[in-house]
Design a protein around this ligand. Structure first.
Ligand code: ADP
Ligand code: DP6
Ligand code: CO
Length: 340
């Protein structure tokens, strides 16, 4: 290290949005590398709403790697954090900050320790994909700090080893996680299907009915399904491959009727308000989907429908009621105010 003093600190901050799967990843073929049993497709939310902000710092005065999540120190000893740290460190390259007189060589990164502070602006482990935004941001911010020269897809394969859904948050817009074939996972990565501008009409509402930590984590729910469900293999081999192709087509053509039908079909819970409404209108207005938890994600075909939907939600779940519904709007904040 070219700097004489031990007092310097180099800091990077990054922000990463969460993503919500419309064709879901559910089941692993390799638990350690996090390799899925099927492809999945998601929409990345707007970073102004549901996101993780992570600050990573390096200094010769740090004597171990440490992390704080939402202000509380957590252990980095778990295999997932260690895999991501190892993969990023092994790709680190020289960093020079002339102003501060800091020069860090590739070899120095093996000896230096990092401190990581991460904050989710939405409920953690409550079924709104905090692990997706969290691990994507973890990998992205460390890669920036350590000057890792890899494209986003390569980084996504590292984030995948933190949490499967995290690989998709490295891109905006519509994203596909290709399951891959390799045993070592090098081809199990995310690619962008369409960017943020492609289908600008869509409005995503996230109805937070509970901020409580879900009882079953995605990891253990998935493990249980793989071990006990005969249907899961059928879903992975027969159902999802067809749905993926149909969903790619629906996104390409901005075909909301197909998009809504496929999204709802792939989600394992039913919202009667949405279903009744879609039936009464004759043509779908809203799609709903749930991750592993009680909180609903609703996708409206346009801003007008989103405003109506929000009114209905506020009617069924008035603010300050037991349901404690907070609505986050992706795309246009003003609708929330108009409808309120
Ligand atoms: P969720 O539905 O929120 O994704 P999961 O059970 O899949 O729930 O994952 C929750 C776990 O993700 C947390 O216990 C924590 O280990 C990890 N996680 C959440 N937020 C972050 C973050 N900002 N940085 C790193 N890891 C995070
Ligand atoms: C229902 O990515 O949270 O949200 O890989 O074990 O961390 P791990 O699980 P996670 O599972 C997400 C499941 C899902 C569907 C999806 O996002 O595709
Ligand atoms: Co998760």
């Amino acid at each position: 290290m070219a700097s004489e003093s031990q007092n310097w600190v180099l800091v990077v901050t990054a922000r990463t949005p969460t993503n919500i799967a419309v064709i879901k990843y559910w089941g692993k073929r390799d638990e350690k590398l996090i390799l899925p049993v099927n492809d999945s497709i998601s929409v990345t939310l707007d970073p102004d709403h549901l996101c993780t902000t992570t600050t990573v710092a390096v200094s010769p005065s740090f004597d171990q790697d440490r992390m704080w999540l939402n202000g509380k120190e957590i252990s980095l000893s778990g295999g997932r954090f260690q895999s991501c740290l190892r993969e990023i460190r092994s790709r680190a390259s020289d960093v020079e900050d002339k102003e501060k007189g800091i020069k860090i060589s590739k070899e120095d990164w093996e000896k230096l320790h990092v401190h990581i502070a991460s904050y989710n602006n939405f409920p953690t482990a409550a079924g709104l994909a905090s692990s997706a935004a969290g691990f994507a941001c973890f990998v992205f911010s460390l890669a920036k700090l350590m000057n890792v020269n890899e494209d986003q897809s390569k980084l996504s394969a590292i984030a995948r080893q933190g949490s499967g859904s995290a690989c998709r948050s490295l891109f905006g817009g519509f994203v596909k996680w290709i399951m891959g074939k390799d045993k070592n996972g090098s081809d199990s990565l995310a690619v962008q299907l369409a960017d943020e501008e492609h289908w600008d009409d869509l409005v995503i509402l996230v109805a937070v009915v509970s901020s409580r930590q879900k009882e079953t984590s995605s990891t253990s729910g998935m493990r249980e399904s793989v071990e006990t469900s005969l249907l899961l293999q059928h879903r992975a081999k027969e159902v999802v491959p067809k749905r993926i192709l149909q969903m790619e087509e629906a996104i390409k053509n901005r075909d909301f009727a197909s998009f809504a039908q496929l999204t709802c079909a792939d989600s394992n819970q039913i919202i009667s308000i949405v279903e009744k409404w879609n039936r009464s209108e004759g043509t779908p207005q809203v799609a709903y989907t749930f991750d592993a938890g009680p909180n609903a994600v609703l996708i409206a075909r346009n801003r007008k429908v989103a405003a109506l939907l929000l009114q209905r939600l506020l009617f069924y779940f008035p603010p300050n009621s037991d349901a404690d519904l907070n609505s986050y709007i992706h795309g246009d904040k003003s609708i929330l105010q108009d409808a309120g």
